[in-house]
Design a protein around this ligand. Sequence first.
Ligand code: NAD
Length: 351
Amino acid sequence: MSVHILDAMARGGFEEVLALHDRESGLRGFLAIHDTTRGPAFGGIRRWSYRDESEMLRDTLRLSKAMTRKCVLAELPAGGAKLVLWDSPDVDLEASYRYLGRVIEGMGGRYFTGPDVGTGDRELGWVSSETQYATRPDEHGPGQLVESTGQGVLKGMEAALTHLDGEVDWPARRVVIQGLGSVGTWLASELGERGVKVLGCDLDAERARNAAQLYDVELIEPDHVLEHPCDVFSPNALGGILHEISINRMQSRIVCGAANNVLAHESLGARLADQNILFVPDFVVSCGALVRGAFFHLDGTRVPTEEIGRRVGHIVERVLDLAAEQSAPPARVATDLADGMIRAARGGEPM
Ligand code: NAD
């Protein structure tokens, strides 16, 4: 399905979409700047092998809009963006990332970049050698990004458990983690220390085995991850995993994880509520690294990760309380809250 780019931009209130091609490295990509009303746009670089250009563009637009919502709910003087690269063996990676660094530097601080799927320390090293507007992976950068995200997710889980049961009671809980990468293993370790029964999976068998050994994670099959009864299902792999079919198999009471755009469609938030599953919206709970990075770049400070966790926990509490008051799904409430704040910042212009 093709995307009519200008229509999509007008409908979603986007400011700018750049189509990028570098003759030297072979890079192809999109940069979407969704909103800079409240301040410069923040968003990492995703590198992924998309089926086609339309799928890639749709992902770029969706992810950048989610970043604006994340920024506004975290009350940051910043907006959302996303840079997406088409992963292909024909591309010279180092040259691609250096090229991006030069593009970003040329934007003069309108856009700040950082990590995302496919962009880790090595890639950030290349980008930040060309621009001051990227998260540096060394001691000159904000540091502790995974811990910041993890703390947010952990405190989001605590807020959701308290909302449902009036207490956290970690030792009595079962948590299923999908994706035992950076955030997933951080959570497995923290939850294990709190006496939680942790089940988990990863498509990468070696990562899964390591997590099982190091953090006492009971391994489960990735294809059946949704079918295990648990208090919290924590998606920390990729987005889009909850769709019309998979949602019927779910056996958890709460969904709370760092993966962006977990719901294949925003409307599925209502389906989860109908199934009595409390969904903590990903753009509310996964803002920890963004908060750490934005404060570092805009204010020169490194906010302690525990403080970031508390901040995220309060936002989650607010969203869940409002959802209960309005008898509305939390995803809808969080979206309306964020979009209302963005509209107000834009002087009433529609989102
Ligand atoms: P990561 O790449 O370190 O880990 C993701 C893991 O998920 C990988 O080990 C991968 O093999 C696994 N995976 C992919 N598909 C899977 C599937 N279907 N089933 C099981 N495992 C699968 O990424 P991360 O940094 O841990 O981030 C996890 C998610 O959270 C990503 O979606 C990322 O965009 C999002 N996120 C991360 C941060 C952060 O600070 N790292 C911040 C905000 C959002």
